[in-house]
Design a protein around this ligand. Structure first.
Ligand SMILES: [Zn+2]
Length: 467
């Protein structure tokens, strides 16, 4: 718990910086996703369009700035090939208008970060490289957009200057991956790197949430940030760094969250929680804010959200425009059920993934909180019948990305043929159902930890049995 509250504090500090940037023209960039290292950069409002959009390749709109920091050049080449293949699958699904640049590192986490645990191996981490605040003219709230999405939507002529990359990714060379061309069946301790990379890229595109237990008090809120006073005419912005007020901020993805079966929009719950007024600088520490919050009338609302996040089938992502006037039928037929069955609540596994039970044996298998055991991406697509229909990004996930603001292609043409060996009786849900707490720690797993605002997804795999 101590560790958690330390992390929350870091998030809080970073967010203050993040939100201040809207008025002081500073942006926050993640320079090392693994350790939440950030730097504040100047990002003045600019009017020019992204100059990189001319360097497009119609079958792969993802460019990778690849840094392979191991001596095994054969392995480096395999990893780089995975990024290219992942880019092709995403480009086969989305009509991307500008290039998405991924800064990817492949290095030994044991040597570099001292992460040498043989039982729990961290495969990698990834997330958006820069977040852009934007207020929709039709709405009264600022939401944060991953740079990748912001650029696709062409939201405004003038915008905070973009960073060089849309997505940051780092992968562990000291892990056991399966690559296309390796022998099948895949070993139990292996993970298909292509599945992992596409999964992470979809988080980087914006499938995430800001809702989390930032105070460590078993209550969910959106991320905490502060706003500075708007400068008066003629006033220089640099003189005005004082926080005016603090509040909870949502990401664009949070706009589509809905409680099930009621259809209540989760953004309205954010509004209720935002009735909690506080000034961070007037309180001595995050504990002070937490104490004030737990004593406030808004605390039970946040507490209830924590319970909802542990109730199976209780939160969905709307794939039609959010409205309070939707009928029960409209709601039920137009949601993706999110992962809210994990008990206790799991940072970054809960909510920001699709419901395991509902989607594990469907074409929407990609964004599960856990890696489908001993199957490669090609084998899973074949087992669920999506090889030639939607590929790795299933029909519901296509709708979700479309709701966020991406233009989804009508037709899907497989960009690459993956090797495949049919799996007899493919049923990964068996292992899941046999586990009492629904959190199968014995399987090779893919779990995302939200180290920064839920935006960084770290994947780990359990290579040995852990009781
Ligand atoms: Zn994930």
């Amino acid at each position: 718990m101590k560790i958690l509250s330390t992390i929350s504090f870091v998030i809080l500090l970073e967010l203050i910086c993040l939100v201040q940037m809207t008025l002081t023209e500073k942006c926050l960039e993640y320079i090392a996703p693994f350790y939440r290292k950030t730097k504040i950069v100047e990002c003045p409002m600019v009017a020019s369009k992204d100059k990189r959009q001319t360097t497009t390749n119609s079958n792969n709109m993802i460019t990778v700035d690849f840094h392979c920091l191991t001596d095994d050049k054969t392995l480096c080449n395999k990893v780089e090939q995975v990024f290219i293949t992942a880019g092709k699958f995403i480009t086969a699904t989305l009509n991307l208008k500008t290039v998405i640049s991924v800064n990817a590192q492949f290095l030994d986490f044991c040597k570099t970060y001292g992460e040498c645990d043989k039982n729990v191996v961290i495969l990698g981490a990834a997330g958006p490289a820069r977040m852009i605040p934007y207020q929709d003219p039709n709405e009264n709230k600022i939401r944060f957009y991953p740079q990748a999405l912001y650029k696709q939507m062409n939201l405004s002529e003038e915008h905070p200057e973009f960073g060089p990359n849309e997505i940051m990714a780092t992968f562990n060379s000291n892990a056991n991956y399966w690559f296309e061309g390796d022998p099948l069946p895949m070993l139990e301790i292996q993970s298909d790197m292509l599945y992992v990379v596409i999964h992470e890229m979809v988080h980087g595109l914006g499938f995430t949430t800001s809702w989390d237990d930032y105070f460590g008090v078993k209550a969910l809120t959106p991320v905490i940030g502060g706003t500075t006073k708007a400068p008066s005419p003629g006033e220089t912005t640099t003189q005005n760094n004082e926080l005016e007020s603090s509040q909870f901020f949502e990401l664009i993805s949070d706009k589509f969250l809905v409680l099930l079966p009621s259809g209540k929009l989760v953004t309205s719950i954010a509004d209720e929680i935002n009735e909690f007024q506080f000034k961070i600088e007037s309180l001595s520490s995050l504990d002070g804010v937490a104490n004030a919050f737990t004593a406030s009338p808004q605390f039970p609302i946040a507490k209830n959200m924590y319970e909802v996040a542990m109730t199976h089938g209780a939160i969905g992502f709307l794939t039609i425009p959010p409205s309070e006037q939707l009928t029960q039928g409209q709601i039920l037929n137009n949601v993706i059920i999110l992962e809210t069955s994990l008990i206790p609540y799991q940072h970054s596994s809960s909510i920001a993934h699709t419901d395991f039970e509902t989607y594990v044996n469907s074409s929407d298998f990609l964004m599960l909180y856990t890696y489908p055991k001993t199957a490669t991406l090609g084998q899973i697509m074949s087992a669920v019948g999506s090889t030639n229909t939607t590929g790795p990004i299933g029909p519901k996930l296509r709708l979700l990305l479309g709701s966020l603001g991406y233009e989804v292609k009508n037709e899907y043409v497989p960009p690459v043929k993956l090797s495949n060996m049919p799996i007899k009786n493919y049923n990964p849900s068996d292992a899941y159902n046999n586990n009492n707490n629904n959190y199968d720690m014995n399987n090779s797993s893919l779990i995302c930890f939200n180290l920064i605002l839920n935006l960084i997804c770290i994947i780990i795999t359990f290579s040995n049995n852990i009781i």
